[in-house]
Every structure is written in structure tokens, then in C-alpha cells.
Design a protein around this ligand. Structure first.
Ligand SMILES: [Zn+2]
Length: 153
């Protein structure tokens, strides 16, 4: 007896029973998001609170990650703009390597597929200016794109 298609959620081996559209396209060139899935994932994905990511791989294949599986992406969504940066006084902390020292930048994040937490980046003093310039450049381009100005750079 021929076997029907399996659920397209990664590592799920249950038979696919239904076609599900993850997201309505917002333009004609959007990737299609129709997937065939099992009953369990149909219930999960029908809940708008469920987090998922559909990855379109270079070779034309797709991977659908749902919920805690997203942790494998090792990505952190920044929950609020960075507005704080501290420097520990030399008298309060001594580190073994000078280049392991710098500005402490606490960032409120949520790991994809996980919980909220605070990460603290330690940005070496020398790296701050270059990082700030880079982010400033990105921000400027984003602003121009939003206002419809042409980026001459
Ligand atoms: Zn499934």
C-alpha cells in the first residue's frame, strides 16, 4: 500500500491530513506558505500564539520549525531598543585579559522558541565606535527606505 505524504513539520512522522496556509502572501513575490501537516500540528498552527519559522533552503527544499524547535536557530529577538551601557569601575572588577573588558550592554531578548531573558554583551572599548558607525549606517538606510528617499551611497 503506498504511503501518503508525511507532515511537513520537521521530524514529524505523522501522516499529513490537511493543507494549511501559514501566512497570507503580502505581495506577488512572497514565498508560498502552503504546507501539508498532521492533525496535531494543525491544532498547534491554528493557534496564533504558536511560533514558527519556514526556512526556504537554497536547494529549493523547505524546513518548517515549530515552537521549541526554533531554539536550534540560536537566534535572539531583541525586545526593546538598547538604551543602557555600563562600564565597571577598574576598582570593582579585574579581568584576566584586557580585550575581554569593555562596555557592558544588557539587552532584553527572547530566544526564538524560548523565554525572555537578559543577555549582557561585553563590547570591547575599541569595538564600540566601529559598531556604532555600522549600526548608524544601517539605520540611515532603513530610514530612507521607509521615507522613499533614494539611497545614493
Ligand atoms: Zn506533524
Amino acid at each position: 500500500m503506498p504511503k501518503g505524504p508525511e507532515c511537513q513539520v520537521e521530524r514529524c512522522k505523522f501522516p499529513a491530513t490537511t493543507m494549511h496556509r501559514l501566512k497570507e502572501p503580502s505581495g506577488p513575490f512572497d514565498f508560498p506558505t502552503d504546507v501539508v501537516i498532521c492533525e496535531i500540528h494543525k491544532d498547534k498552527l491554528s493557534d496564533s500564539a504558536t511560533e514558527w519559522v519556514l526556512l526556504n533552503e537554497g536547494d529549493g527544499s523547505r524546513r518548517l520549525l515549530v515552537g521549541p524547535m526554533l531554539a536550534e536557530l540560536n537566534e535572539f529577538v531583541v525586545l526593546a531598543p538598547i538604551k543602557k551601557l555600563t562600564v565597571h569601575a577598574q576598582s570593582s572588577r579585574v579581568v584576566s585579559h584586557a580585550d575581554h573588558n569593555g562596555y557592558s550592554v544588557p539587552i532584553s531578548v527572547r530566544r526564538r522558541g524560548g523565554e525572555e531573558e537578559t543577555l549582557t554583551l561585553v563590547l570591547p572599548f575599541d569595538a564600540l565606535v566601529e559598531t556604532a558607525d555600522f549600526l548608524q549606517h544601517i539605520a540611515q538606510r532603513g530610514r530612507m527606505r521607509r521615507t522613499g528617499e533614494v539611497d545614493e551611497a
